[in-house]
Design a protein around this ligand. Structure first.
Ligand code: GDP
Ligand code: CA
Length: 310
């Protein structure tokens, strides 16, 4: 059993490779800090990105939603003068309607997510980090912004002063996520945004404790390549938060949480500095442009984790 921690796009791409190799032997613990209600529907952006990616249905251009969507709902909503800043494709909408209905019937988010994943033929265990409410908020000169306000409405343009996880002190990890960590022979921290995707998972005290207490290899994959994020605001946030924008900065961030860091060949020169922090390093191609890239990186990461067995 392997456990992986993931956000949306970057996490999903490595999770796809891990699932390709290991099938049901992988559990993906997914960030829910971005979840919110819109049109009275529960939207779980990272869970949906992982679901669509593992199902081979993701839209690679946008990084959200399904490929080949139609937009009748959204077009009509705009024509009616309704809110249209958050895009919901017709197929995507069906998932949100079903999820919301099942949640209202009393199903836990974990159960709903597994049921939807199964209907897409996904063999990996897709596990929300919590069934409780935990909301990521961004501190800025304009005050505390809800995550979607920052990410979608303002397109990450405002400078980030800090990130807050509202509800983290009461949110509990799910029994399924805790069991996945217990059983894991290795834990992979996917190349997700450390602040917006991994930190919310680690903000849940019992999950963090379980991760720091585990005596199995914990391997992180850097989301920063050549001083830049592949997608999204990770590099911009690192700079705004006063950190070095590189895989060395990522290494600082994961010190004590990961035993090892996988960095891109473009960053090979950083290896000695990262090793000086006490982390083992593997250098390889970490850019995943295709399913083959994902599988190749997943295989290297698993080999590396195996070699670190204590
Ligand atoms: P989000 O929730 O959709 O923003 O997704 P994540 O947090 O999981 O992923 C965003 C991060 O993934 C960004 O920091 C990207 O730099 C990183 N990322 C995306 N694609 C790749 C890739 O192919 N390789 C690596 N190493 N990082 C990637
Ligand atoms: Ca996300």
């Amino acid at each position: 059993m392997i456990a992986a921690l993931a956000g949306g796009v970057g996490g999903a791409k490595l999770a796809r490779g891990l699932t390709h190799l290991l099938g049901g032997e992988v559990s993906v613990i997914v960030n829910t800090g971005d979840d919110f209600d819109h049109f009275d529907l529960r939207i779980c952006p990272d869970i949906d990105t992982v679901t669509y990616t593992l199902a081979g249905r993701a839209n690679p251009e946008t990084g959200w939603g399904q490929a080949g969507e139609s937009w009748n709902f959204m077009d009509q909503m705009a024509a009616l003068g309704g809110e249209d800043w958050f895009k919901l494709g017709d197929r995507d909408l069906a998932l949100h309607v079903l999820r919301t209905r099942l949640l209202r019937q009393g199903m836990r988010l974990t159960e709903v997510t597994q049921r939807i994943a199964a209907s897409f033929g996904i063999s990996a265990a897709l596990l929300p980090m919590t069934d409780d409410a935990l909301h990521t908020k961004v501190r800025s000169a304009d005050g505390l912004l809800d995550f979607q306000e920052y990410f979608v409405r303002r397109r990450c343009e405002v400078a980030v002063q800090g990130v807050v996880f509202a509800g983290a002190d009461t949110a509990r990890a799910t029994p399924e996520a805790m069991a996945a960590l217990d059983r894991a022979e290795a834990i992979i921290i996917c190349p997700s945004n450390p602040y917006l995707s991994i930190d919310p998972i680690l903000a849940i005290a019992d999950l963090r404790r379980r991760l720091t207490g585990k005596r199995v290899p914990r391997v992180a994959v850097s989301p920063i390549i050549g001083g830049q994020a592949v997608k999204g605001p990770a590099a911009k946030m690192m700079r705004e938060l006063g950190h070095t924008v590189s895989s060395l900065g990522v290494a600082h961030k994961y010190q004590g949480l990961a035993d090892a860091l996988v960095i891109d060949t473009a960053d090979a020169a950083l290896q000695p500095d990262i090793e000086a922090l006490g982390l083992r390093v593997m250098v390889t191609n970490t850019l995943m442009r295709s399913a083959e890239d994902s599988a190749a990186l997943a295989a290297s990461v698993l080999d590396f984790a195996h070699s670190l067995r204590r």
